[in-house]
Design a protein around this ligand. Structure first.
Ligand code: CP
Length: 334
């Protein structure tokens, strides 16, 4: 049984097949490929795009999606083994995974990291524990990676650029008032290098580099794909000649769990906002972001409203790639 926890576990060829199916579904959105099938969507954190696109996507394929928010409208969950459950959680993931596997054909989970201890969070143990105890495919709706977003980003790029290999992409850190999850940045790095792009990771200083497991996986990807990975702390040279700028803000991992200390670092870097001046350095480059985005904090109004901004295309494509993913995981005829 195959899960979708991280694209690290999926071959480029299998990801290509997903993207090709997604493109066909975009042309013909409605079918009954998943009639009588169901998915449980477990949200431990808020969402707009992910929830809407999974619910609607399942409906467009004839199936049913059930949204559960543990701790709000469903019992709070405990994920640790051997814990004496005398805290807030009423239900252990072992039973929750077992029960939902009896009812549903797939389970998806959004579980952001705790922002307390990166040495623990980097193990991505919540979704891995769910996958261990589920007897149906498990989908990652964002933990320390966001593989569905990766698929949507790549689908959007291929629509606009055609072949993406050897095209220059800048994955830029952006300003934001507080440290955010590294998931989308990790995922953008994984996907772009897997598809052979020449990627520049632009961040203010080495403390903003991504976790070694993702930097190493990206290097491994480039060796297989013929792409490149360059780290830069220089805005002008990083943007120069780029064909695609992907923006995300994230926290400095050495300061993980210490936002007040991280602020002393972060407060110097408001100028990492994506604006027209920076985009003018690119080779008529496209821009995108996973959304949600704070305007005039991460990117200016002018960038978000420009014809080169693909953020809405990317958000739409979440719907198509996730439908392709659900059909593929359940072996539904394409
Ligand atoms: N990009 C994304 O996952 O959006 P939501 O947080 O709204 O689901």
């Amino acid at each position: 049984m195959k899960h979708f926890l991280s694209t690290v576990d999926w071959s480029k060829q299998d990801l290509e097949s997903l993207l090709e199916l997604a493109a066909r579904l975009k042309q013909n959105p409605w079918n009954s490929a998943l009639e009588g099938r169901s998915i449980a969507l477990l949200f431990l954190n808020p969402s707009m795009r992910t929830r809407t696109s999974f619910e609607l996507g399942m409906q467009q394929l004839g199936g049913v999606a059930i949204v559960l928010q543990p701790g709000k409208d469903a019992w709070g969950l405990e994920f640790e083994h051997g814990t004496v459950m005398d805290g807030d959680a009423e239900e252990h993931i072992v039973e929750a995974a077992g029960v939902l596997s009896r009812y549903c054909d797939m389970i998806a989970l959004r579980a952001f990291p705790s922002f307390t201890d990166w040495s623990k969070d980097r193990e991505d143990s919540l979704i891995r524990t769910l996958a261990q105890h589920a007897s149906v495919p498990v989908i990652n709706m964002e933990t320390i990676v966001h593989p569905c977003q990766e698929l949507a980003m790549m689908m959007t790029l291929r629509e606009r650029m055609g072949a993406v290999a050897k095209r220059k992409m800048v994955l830029t850190w952006t300003w934001h008032p507080r440290p955010l999850n590294t998931a989308v940045a990790n995922s953008a790095l994984l996907m772009s290098t897997k598809f052979g792009m020449d990627v520049t990771l632009l961040c203010p200083e080495p403390d903003y580099l991504l976790d070694k497991q993702f930097m190493d996986a990206a290097q491994t990807n480039t060796a297989a794909s013929g792409g490149t990975l360059t780290v830069s702390h220089d805005i002008e040279s990083a943007y120069a000649g780029a064909e695609f700028v992907y923006a995300k803000s994230w926290g400095a991992l050495p300061y993980y769990g210490r936002p007040d200390n991280e602020w002393e670092l972060r407060k110097k870097y408001r100028h990492f906002i994506v604006n027209e001046e920076k985009m003018a350095l690119t080779n008529n480059g496209f821009f995108s972001h996973c959304l949600p985005l704070r305007r005039n904090i991460k990117a200016s109004d002018e960038v978000m409203d420009a014809s080169y901004c693909l953020a809405l295309d990317e958000a739409e494509n979440r719907l198509h790639v996730q439908k392709a993913l659900m059909m593929t995981l359940l072996g539904a005829p394409a």
